[in-house]
Design a protein around this ligand. Structure first.
Ligand SMILES: Cc1cc2nc3c(=O)[nH]c(=O)nc-3n(C[C@H](O)[C@H](O)[C@H](O)COP(=O)(O)OP(=O)(O)OC[C@H]3O[C@@H](n4cnc5c(N)ncnc54)[C@H](O)[C@@H]3O)c2cc1C
Length: 493
């Protein structure tokens, strides 16, 4: 089948990748995005010579990007230069207890030996198992579309699942190996990339430690926005037509088929519709009720991933103690997660862990000379009340701690400042309860239990992006779109 009219709703990594792949296969692709800039959560914010990636800042799993670009006969190097970061990141456990995790594995073995007796050997064993899990996921499960539980619960998977610890949780597993507070945090923090908490995340996600320690943390020159613009270029080069700044308000369905995508300004007829916009909004607001696969009750029963407080701060000085990626984990770790996932009455956290990204340390072009680009991220419970006063108070609370820890006054040096929080996620992306990241990766929200790639009621309606399998994170959304473009090719004769 060639030349189908395919309309894609949303230009996040999922939408851009689907547009590029389907246009490359010879289809007539139109992508519609509500915001003026493409990239979705990975848009770029520029102000007074500072450039900020608004969402992703960790380039992980470089193999997935290579595989994606190879589908077009290209490599990432055709678009951007990659650099492996070293140190990969710095962790502040307290003002004086600071550790760097390095690209050189032996340095990390030495670090773990300092953290606890025999820590280095335990790290090797832990990562050996993490590698087995990563390889198993890459070979068997990540690139697969799950239609029913039978696809997952084959005898082989059950056997492997038990062996791989699919049915236990990550926190229990990490604590079987390690006892020091620091080692446990280093091996659990990466679960934050999936928006989860170690107690509710299946132990299979131990594979994230292999991603972190062995595959490494990379930086694309120009920032993550350059990766989004590369895929945008691929889509356009292959003939996709991109419409920005138009909110899709309806997907018309007739006799079980999506026929037309309606925006504020036009109606676009479609043979196939691929939705990258937030799944709950799209199902509940864009299609008629009788055609919804998942109703409001379903979405309310999901465990949503956190929302976020993000401060984009441009300063006219440099902060020596920070690295490209710095994590502040000196607070009450368990309470942090409980505040996000367990509380019946969520509130702005009192002493949260947080993360500061300073990409200008690696790419000085991202800040004016002598300045630095700071991206400060604090996970929040979704659905929180969000007002200008609450934001400002919280900003000062975080800055008090940050300034104390890095031993300098930062607020006197601010040249550019923008805060992005719960209401912005809801307004800019139609995010359910302002989640920054969709739904978390619990066992019941993984693989076949994530919302489906193909609507169960509208034959030619597909979904891609972080709500669908394999889930949250830029590499995952690229994989989701590979799955979806193959499905479209197979089903839509
Ligand atoms: C603060 C933050 C930090 C992160 N850090 C990392 C990281 O370091 N590394 C990493 O790999 N991942 C990270 N992630 C996760 C990663 O960014 C996301 O998983 C990924 O970008 C999501 O892509 P997506 O295509 O699913 O959705 P989105 O990027 O949300 O794209 C959906 C698009 O649909 C559009 N849309 C919605 N409704 C409509 C409508 N009605 N009509 C038209 N368009 C519509 C939205 O405007 C949006 O552009 C981070 C995310 C956030 C928020």
């Amino acid at each position: 089948m060639k030349g189908k009219r395919i309309v894609i709703v949303g230009s996040g990594f999922g939408g851009l990748a689907a547009a590029a792949l389907l246009a490359h296969k010879g289809h007539d692709v139109t992508l519609v995005e509500k915001n003026e800039l493409y990239g979705g959560r990975a848009r770029v914010h520029k102000d007074k010579g500072f450039q900020f990636d608004m969402g992703p800042s960790w380039y992980l799993m470089p193999d997935v990007f290579e595989e994606f670009f190879a589908l077009f006969g290209k490599t990432p190097a055709d678009f951007y230069e990659l650099q492996r970061l070293d140190p990969q990141y710095r962790i502040f456990f307290s003002h004086d207890n600071i550790v760097d995790v390095h690209a050189d594995f032996e340095k990390n073995v030495a670090l773990f030996n300092k953290l606890e007796p025999n820590g280095g050997e335990k790290l090797r064993e832990f990562l050996d198992l993490a590698k087995v899990k990563y390889d198993t996921a890459m070979e068997g499960t990540l690139y697969k579309d799950y239609k029913s539980v039978l696809d997952l619960l084959s005898w082989d998977m059950l056997r492997k699942g038990t062996k791989l610890g699919v049915f236990g949780n990550l926190d229990d597993l990490v604590r079987k190996y390690f006892s020091s507070d620091e080692a446990i945090k280093i091996l659990e923090y990466s679960i934050g990339f999936l928006g989860g908490s170690p107690k509710i995340t299946p132990a299979i996600y131990q594979l994230m430690s292999y991603v972190d320690f062995s595959l490494g943390v990379w930086f694309p020159e120009g920032g993550m926005g350059r990766v989004a613009s590369s895929i945008y270029e691929l889509a356009v080069e292959n003939g996709a037509h991109v419409i920005l700044g138009e909110d899709v308000t309806e997907i018309k369905v007739k006799e079980g088929r999506a026929t037309t995508v309606v925006t504020e300004n036009r109606e676009i007829d479609a043979d196939v519709v691929v939705v990258n916009a937030d799944y709950p909004y799209s199902e509940l607001q864009l299609i008629p009720e009788e055609y919804q696969t998942y109703d409001k009750k379903y979405w309310d029963s999901r465990i949503l991933a956190p929302s976020a407080f993000v401060a984009f701060v441009g300063i006219d000085t440099t902060i020596e103690k920070l690295r490209h990626h710095s994590l502040f984990l000196d607070r009450d770790w368990a309470r942090n997660f409980d505040e996000i996932f367990e509380s019946d009455s969520p509130a702005w956290p009192k002493s949260p862990s947080y993360y500061v990204n300073v990409p200008s340390k690696t790419d000085p072009g991202l800040a004016p000379p002598g300045g630095e680009t700071l991206f400060i991220l604090v996970p929040l419970a979704p659905g929180l009340e969000d007002t200008p006063e609450l934001r400002e108070r919280f900003f000062n609370q975080i800055m008090d701690h940050l300034e104390d820890t890095v031993d300098m006054t930062i607020r006197d040096h601010i040249v550019s400042k923008r805060i992005f929080a719960v209401n912005d996620y809801a307004n800019d992306y139609h995010a359910y309860k302002g989640t920054a990241l969709s739904i978390v990766h619990t066992l019941k929200q993984t693989a076949v239990w994530r919302p489906a790639h193909r609507s169960k009621k509208v034959h030619n309606l597909y979904y891609t992006g972080q709500y669908t399998h394999p889930g949250i994170g830029v590499p995952m959304t690229l994989i989701a779109s590979q799955i979806v473009s193959d499905l479209v090719e197979k089903n839509e004769q």
